[in-house]
Design a protein around this ligand. Structure first.
Ligand code: BGC
Length: 454
């Protein structure tokens, strides 16, 4: 096992096939919320409800990527980043979530894809990054089992429209976050709460994920098909048996509930007993439909969580010890800066023999950025990325099947319920003028990637 000090951070040391990239998501950057026939998404509706997002901000304009995409993709090229991950907004191409198709929406993504290729950048497409068509939400959204068919039709449309040029696909972005925050806690769109929404959403997302995987592979056998999961390294607050058991439940909820059924292991009901209530939604034959053999699994990691047992939190009987109370360095999101987390996560998922390949499809941090003399000296973000990369390389050097790293994110953007305040970008955005300034972290990533010679 290598010490971190012995890790030589050079892109060549990650191997010739390692995929370097940057990630984005439609609602967070595109704006153009009602242009060219686009339908409403649940985020358009959620952000229009007062008090749901900090300062009542919304993504109506965001980074205006819809109009500025050429400019921003040129930045990707100029930063020497070979892979660009973006998502398709379902209501932009299917305004009601179902047929008929909105051709201007398809044309727009064709322009984005073509421009990436013209710039020598490989497009990586995510099918679902949280902006469900509102028309489908009115029918229950992810709680309605019919969504498996709706999502399958949408997937097929994307594959048939873009599959001649897009070789790398991701089905879902972080199911635990969009179901947990959107259908249990109500702090993200569509703002639903409780187990009665959360449990059916879990099961329908699982079935939709594997259904979409099958559609993709049937139509495009050569494509690289993956799906992404949010994951955090979990540690118990003390070594008491109660905290250990609490940590196990939280780990099952945050890190295992969505991936294990896809890997053919079923839901982790033993370790998180509340999941037994999923049985109500599982129909005969579902178990065979849940697994799908993805070419890669996208892991998205930002921090670690410290867990203690709690009698006040139903179902998991556990709570997170806030980083602010632990006297540790934190980001603007109040998440602990703890780069070893990514190493532990890679090790943990590497141990599943069913996973063929791991790609870190998101990693990054929000810090208070100051634009001064046309520069943003974001030393903390640069350090964060550099340290995280060292841990990725350490895991790789130890034989883990990790084969890619995508920074979250290209430009500062709409950070969901937090609005525009936490800035995660490699590029600073003045949201009044839409001017961009490459931050020092962006310049660092650029010079780092420039060293790649094989
Ligand atoms: C999501 C992104 C989000 C980022 C930072 C991930 O959970 O995929 O959409 O902006 O983390 O919070």
């Amino acid at each position: 096992m290598k010490d971190l000090g012995q890790v030589d951070l050079h892109p060549n040391n990650f191997g010739p096939d390692f995929q370097w990239g940057v990630s984005t998501a439609a609602y967070q950057i595109e704006g153009a919320h009602d242009i060219d026939g686009k339908g409403l998404s649940i985020w358009d509706v959620f952000t229009s409800r007062r008090g749901k997002v900090k300062n009542n901000q919304h993504g109506q304009v965001a980074c205006d990527f819809y109009n500025c995409f050429e400019n921003d993709i040129r930045y990707v090229r100029d930063l020497n980043i070979p892979n660009f991950r973006f998502s398709v907004s379902w209501p932009r191409i299917m305004p009601t979530g179902r047929y008929p198709v909105n051709q201007p929406g398809i044309d727009y993504y064709n322009r984005v894809i073509d421009f990436c290729l013209e710039c020598g950048i490989e497009p990586w497409l995510t099918l679902y990054h949280w902006d469900l068509p509102q028309a489908l939400e009115l029918k229950g959204g992810w709680t309605n089992r019919e969504i498996i068919d709706w999502f399958s039709d949408y997937t097929e449309l994307c594959v048939k429209s873009f599959g001649d040029r897009v070789k790398n696909w991701m089905v879902m972005n972080e199911p635990s976050v969009f179901t947990g925050a959107g259908y249990f806690l109500g702090i993200h769109a569509p703002g639903k709460t409780g187990l009665k929404n959360f449990l059916p959403a879990i099961h329908h997302v699982t079935l939709s994920t594997s259904a979409a995987g099958r559609i993709l592979k049937n139509i495009l056998p050569e494509a690289k098909v993956g799906t992404t999961f949010s994951c955090s390294h979990i540690e118990p607050n003390t070594s008491s048996s109660r905290d250990l058991a609490a940590a196990k439940r939280v780990d099952a909820l945050l890190n295992r509930t969505f991936i294990e059924p896809v890997l053919g292991l079923g839901y982790p009901m033993e370790d998180l007993p509340v999941l037994r209530r999923l049985e109500k939604y599982i129909k005969a034959g579902d178990e065979a439909l849940m697994p799908f053999d993805f070419d890669f699994i996208g892991l998205q990691n930002y921090t670690r969580e410290i867990v203690k047992s709690s009698f006040f939190t139903p179902y998991v009987w556990a709570s997170l010890v806030k980083a602010e109370k632990r006297n540790v360095p934190i980001t603007e999101m109040k998440w602990e800066v703890y780069p070893p987390s990514i190493y532990h996560i890679i090790k943990k998922f590497n141990a599943y023999p069913q996973i063929r390949k791991i790609i870190i499809t998101e990693n990054g941090a929000a810090f208070t950025d100051e634009l001064k003399d046309a520069e943003v000296r974001d030393i903390e973000r640069t350090d964060y990325i550099r340290e995280n990369l060292k841990y990725v390389l350490k895991a790789k050097d130890e034989g883990c099947k990790v084969d890619g790293y995508f920074v979250w994110t290209l430009t500062d953007n709409f950070e969901w319920a937090e609005g525009y305040h936490p800035r995660f970008g490699l590029i600073y955005v003045d949201f009044e003028t839409q001017e961009r300034v490459i931050k020092h972290s962006g310049l660092w990533y650029k010079s780092f990637l420039k060293q790649k010679t094989r």
